[in-house]
Design a protein around this ligand. Structure first.
Ligand code: 1CP
Length: 334
């Protein structure tokens, strides 16, 4: 078994697998080269030859323990026929959510529309660099984070629309729809060769404590339970949440990915399941001495805990690939 799955399934503490969120893309010159020639991001995700190549780019450079497929959480609304576009220097722009039409879409139609994503997973997991050596990670957006994009129709970075919560009926119907199609999407990824699933809840931090059960705990627990029935480990990343301990107890993932705002010492004490991530991606923009110091801090804190090295959010576009190389070597030498 590859070392990422060893930690996730057997709680091994002596191994320190490493992969990096957003490892495929943005900071790598060879990615930018491809991206320049492929302005349409969705089309690029649906080009399984190129998306496989991009997925493997960081694996060719660095001794990472997993490949995460080059795709996006917004391929799900795209598969449900909601318009999705990525505008340069702005981010995603979604079309109107036409719920009555979306409710008529079948599993088959959805799967067909984003089929190249699954083909890429299959190709990557069978590649000589990966097969029997490294894990292939499939992923989805959590129901809450996807709902944010689907209703807000753009990033909530600036704010959520003032009337975001006003249409309760739409929210309830959308949760049912997302539960159904996220399960289809997860199953398709696993059948294509994904050995781990990560659920990204990038906007978990936008909610008040009292809204967590309805918007985060219940819908995410439903997915976690489902992934477990398929005998695949699931990692959850509820970025920005205040109480990771409560989240783990209620949602019950196999591992928890932490953001860089939380205290890793407290996490190590409170949480029994494998932990992933934590280090601030900005550390990679400093110098090697500081990078080593910060990486060793996390490795030391979690030395007797099942731990997967990663960052507390995606690697930043301005990161120098040499720093990434140094980080991976530091973790591997530990
Ligand atoms: O070149 C470009 O302009 C595209 C940039 C880009 C890339 C490389 C986007 C647009 N998505 C991706 C790939 C991507 N997205 C991956 C691929 C594999 C890898 O990790 O290397 C993954 C896992 C994601 C997941 C994703 N997409 C998340 C969750 C993780 C996170 O960073 O919080 C989110 C929120 C998105 C939405 C998204 N995709 C892209 C943008 C610009 C955004 C919006 C972010 C925002 O609202 O601010």
């Amino acid at each position: 078994m590859n070392i990422l799955n060893e930690v996730l399934q057997n709680n091994k503490t002596s191994l320190n697998p490493i992969w990096i969120m957003r490892q495929a893309g943005r900071y790598l010159p060879e990615f930018r080269e491809i991206r320049k020639k492929n302005q349409n991001f969705i089309k690029l995700c649906l080009n399984n030859e190129l998306s496989s190549e991009i997925t493997l780019q960081p694996i060719k450079r660095f001794d990472l323990d997993a490949a995460i497929i080059f795709s996006d959480i917004l391929m799900l609304p795209y598969g449900l026929n909601q318009g999705v576009e990525f505008k340069k220097n702005f981010g995603p722009i979604l079309g109107d959510l036409k719920l009555n039409e979306t409710l008529k879409i079948t599993d088959k139609e959805f799967t067909k529309k984003i089929y190249p994503v699954y083909k890429a997973i299959n190709f990557v997991s069978e590649n000589d660099l990966i097969k029997n050596k490294k894990s292939t990670i499939g992923f989805v957006g959590a129901p809450w984070t996807l709902m944010v994009y689907m209703i807000n129709k753009q990033s909530p970075k600036l704010s959520l629309k003032r009337d975001f919560f006003s249409d309760k009926d739409t929210i309830d119907k959308l949760f049912l729809l997302l539960d159904k199609f996220l399960k289809v999407h997860i199953k398709n990824q696993i059948e294509s060769g994904a050995q781990v699933i990560q659920i990204f809840d990038s906007w978990a931090g936008l909610l008040n404590e009292k809204d967590l059960p309805k918007f985060i705990y219940n819908p995410t627990f439903s997915l976690v339970e489902y992934v477990k029935t398929l005998n695949i480990p699931v990692i959850c990343f509820p970025r920005g949440i205040k109480n990771y301990k409560a989240y783990c107890e209620i949602v019950k993932p196999d591992a928890i990915c932490i953001d860089y705002e939380v205290d890793p010492i407290k996490i190590e004490k409170e949480i029994k399941i494998p932990v992933q991530g934590g280090m601030d991606p900005k550390v990679l923009l400093t110098d090697k001495d500081n990078l080593k110091k910060e990486a060793l801090k996390y490795l030391d804190i979690f030395k007797d805990h099942p731990y997967i090295f990663n960052l507390g959010h995606g690697v930043l576009p301005d990161t120098n690939p040499d720093m990434m190389d140094y980080l991976v070597k530091t973790v591997k030498d530990y």
